[in-house]
Design a protein around this ligand. Structure first.
Ligand SMILES: Nc1ncnc2c1ncn2[C@@H]1O[C@H](COP(=O)(O)OP(=O)(O)OP(=O)(O)O)[C@@H](O)[C@H]1O
Ligand SMILES: [Mg+2]
Length: 359
């Protein structure tokens, strides 16, 4: 386990995941890669690390410039229509050139097109995805290996494209485009990231998507890594156990704890307060539901606290829907592949303990 500095902050070892990606990109594109995992587990960071430190800055001369990477993060982008999606994705060549000069990273998320083509796409004379396909093909002909990465894909839900034949779902069009690039033509890798597993479930249970996809989970940090990290930070061994008990491998909470403790804040007090805050979120959301649902929630909470997870194998749809609401609220984590429910991170499981004690 090692810690390096990345974007002026400590970056804790994600060696396995990094190696997985590097290996994946070295192979011929066959399937879409879906990266999912609980909120704030570090999906975006590890992806960006791979792009910046492994794909675009390969030291070996024969690899340099091998990849054509386009990374679009929809977080923070207001996508309410097909047009706003276009504007988030595509810029005219002149603007692109200017942006490259000022901020190389920013241009990673943008595809440059001749103004004429943009106009045609805007006016729906040409299909956006056909035009994008041509761009990818062009890079491939130059000998580059194209990689398209899209983060926060769930933001494309509920957006429709108007065309001559009526309305079509933008997301469906986009996914068909991704299948065309991977499974059908092997022109480009496509990686799609999301923490919204209700969304992942829909894809996973769609026969066509399942066949053309690979799913990779990025969870919170494992126990050994966390303990080594805390040891390196100078945390005493009995405190390390306590931190693991309350925070598990949740990176942002560990970072917050380290900063507090270094300023002299008492550790136990910090941890108990975080658990209490998690409980208050649970308590508040629970108020929305009826007695029967609360009773079911208690059953789920008991299992999670006792076994570490609640199994949803064979669970009826209404109950799944209920648990999905907790997942959308980011209090529970719903894993449609492992068919398990856990806390979104460890602190919510401590919050569940408080809930069970008080009821
Ligand atoms: N390996 C790491 N070492 C240190 N800090 C990390 C690491 N991975 C992520 N972080 C930090 O943890 C926080 C959450 O990471 P990130 O945004 O990548 O998670 P995510 O899984 O993409 O979250 P979301 O579910 O919101 O998309 C960020 O502040 C990031 O800097
Ligand atoms: Mg993210």
């Amino acid at each position: 386990m090692h810690i390096e500095t990345y974007r002026s902050a400590p970056f804790v070892d994600r060696e396995e995941e990094i190696e997985f990606f590097v290996e994946w990109f070295s192979e011929v594109p066959q399937r879409i890669l879906w990266v999912y995992g609980p909120k704030s587990s570090g999906k975006t960071t590890v992806m960006e690390y791979v792009i910046e430190r492994r794909l675009l800055t390969e030291k070996e001369w024969w690899i340099k410039g091998k990849y054509w990477v386009k990374y679009l993060n929809l977080r923070g982008k207001l996508i309410t229509s097909y047009r706003s999606f276009l504007e988030a994705l595509i810029v005219p060549e002149e603007v692109y050139e200017e942006t490259v000069e000022t901020n190389v990273n920013l241009t990673l998320g943008l595809i440059s097109l001749e103004s004429r083509k943009i106009e045609q796409v805007m006016q729906k004379k040409r299909n956006l995805f056909d035009v994008l396909f041509e761009e990818v093909e062009r890079e491939r002909r130059k000998g580059k290996k194209p990689i398209l990465i899209i983060d926060e894909i769930q933001k494309l839900r509920d957006i429709y494209i108007q065309n001559g034949n009526g309305e079509r779902e933008l997301l469906k069009e986009f996914l068909n485009f991704c299948i065309r690039l991977t499974k059908e033509t092997h022109l480009s890798h496509v990686v799609i990231l999301t923490s919204n597993t209700v969304f992942i479930e829909r894809v996973y249970n769609d026969a066509k998507m399942k066949l053309t996809s690979e799913f990779m989970k990025i969870g919170h940090l494992p126990e050994e890594t966390v303990k080594e990290w805390l040891f390196k930070e100078g945390i005493k061994s009995e405190d390390i156990e306590l931190v693991w008990e309350y925070l598990g491998g949740t990176i942002p909470l560990i970072l917050k704890m380290l900063s507090k403790v270094k300023k002299g804040y008492p550790l136990r007090e910090f941890l108990e307060r975080e658990a209490w805050l998690a409980y208050t979120e649970i308590d508040e959301f629970l108020a929305v539901f009826n007695d029967e649902e609360v009773e079911f929630f208690r059953e789920v909470a008991k299992e999670i606290v006792k076994k570490g997870y609640y199994s949803i194998r064979g669970l009826k749809e209404d109950k799944r829907k209920f648990l999905q609401k907790w997942a959308e609220k980011e209090i529970l984590f719903y894993d449609p592949l492992e068919l398990r429910i856990t806390g979104n991170n460890r602190i919510y499981e401590k919050g569940l303990e408080i809930f069970l004690k008080g009821n």
